[in-house]
Design a protein around this ligand. Structure first.
Ligand code: PLP
Length: 349
């Protein structure tokens, strides 16, 4: 792997007490190009603009997939990566669906390790900090024919981050627009899924909601996800979350919460949930919690859910499952709770 380090690190210019999510990038990036049916040697370069001809296929047809993962620093200043194998697997699942050549494991893992070693100072050990990692692959072939590209670029960039989605979480059930139809690309982290979500999300924002609850494309009766999070309801003392399907992104946080909840003796049901069931549970006083899960937020409580003209206010519970599971998950990620699941891997020195 060729490594070219920057001669001018930006790190001293960054105010780490103010880090708007996803706008500050570490000094270096990993780049690997695919041409003539193979991935070439990776390279680490100073973070910066990349050459992009106007005819690059990604700009026209959106053939692009990405991942979102995090690294944490423990008290001994060691970097812990959380479930990186799962992100690698999901990146390739997404790639396959978008007709993008899969990445070899050593290209991904070795590149990631090397990049994190070089930019380790960007991952802060203080409480609440992590390093958000964004691997992505896009069609870089220069051709405006509507077909899969023959050239691709794989890049990893990283961004120091503190907590995301601070404040209230008021969500509204979306009954017209759809995030992902059956048979579509919802289970993949395809760039276009997000582009398509911005318009309905903006409309919800304009009405004072932070996020939407996506419903199924066919009938708009079943709950799918909330924004870019998997969604959970605590009905009585059971946690219910929609089952994975081709219209739902299989969250790595979701999977971790399933395991943690079960090991806490909490019953988890992965099944289809009708909006009417949530409303009924609320009316009967059985909807105790609702929350979203995702890498950026870990676990994010939902304060209110609006369905048409009805606003359901979910009171904070003293024995909140969301809070308990969040603390456990964050403790494992940060290395302050023993990781019996083998989810974290230490960056080799
Ligand atoms: C649509 C969508 N659902 C759910 C998630 C949660 O996935 P994960 O827990 O792997 O971050 C994400 C990504 O963050 C997402 O984009």
């Amino acid at each position: 792997m060729k490594v070219t380090k920057t001669s001018k690190s930006k790190i001293n210019k960054i105010d780490f007490s103010k880090l708007p999510f996803g706008t500050v990038f570490s000094d270096h990036m990993l780049v690997c190009n695919y041409k003539d049916c193979q991935w070439n040697e990776s390279e680490i370069l100073p973070y910066g603009p990349i050459p992009m001809p106007p005819g690059a296929q990604v700009l026209h047809y959106g053939q692009s997939v990405f991942e979102g993962m995090k690294a944490f620093k423990n008290k001994s200043n060691e970097i812990l990566l959380f479930r990186k194998e799962e992100n690698f697997k999901r990146l390739n699942q997404s790639a396959e669906r978008l007709s993008i050549p899969v990445i070899e494991e050593d290209v991904f893992m070795d590149g990631l390790d090397e990049l994190l070693k070089i930019d380790s100072e960007w991952c802060k050990a203080d409480e609440g900090y992590s390093l958000y990692i964004r691997p992505f692959i896009f069609a870089s072939g220069e051709c405006v024919k509507a077909s899969a590209s023959e050239e691709y670029t794989f890049i990893i960039i990283t961004s120091p981050t503190t907590k995301y989605y601070a404040g209230e979480m008021n969500v509204v059930v979306e009954e017209h627009y759809t995030r992902a139809p059956q048979g579509g690309v919802g289970y993949a982290k395809a760039a276009g899924n997000y582009a398509a979500s911005f318009f309905p999300t903006k409309q919800a924002n304009a009405k004072g909601f932070q996020q939407l609850i996506w419903t199924d494309a066919k009938e708009h009766k079943y709950i799918e996800e909330s924004g870019t999070m998997n969604i959970w309801f605590r009905i009585g003392d059971i946690l219910v979350t929609p089952p994975l399907s081709d219209s739902i992104l299989g969250g790595i946080t979701r999977d971790s919460i399933v395991t943690l909840a079960k090991d806490n003796g909490i019953k988890v049901e992965q099944r289809r949930i009708l909006i009417t069931e949530v409303i009924e549970a609320f009316n009967k006083g059985r909807l105790k919690e609702a929350f979203g899960t995702g890498t950026a937020v870990t676990v994010n409580p939902i304060n209110t859910i609006t369905f048409r003209d009805e606003r359901m206010v979910i009171e904070q519970q003293d024995d909140s499952f969301a809070l308990k599971l969040k603390q456990q998950l964050q403790g494992i990620q940060k290395g302050s709770i023993v990781d019996v699941y083998d989810w974290t891997s230490k960056l080799k020195a």
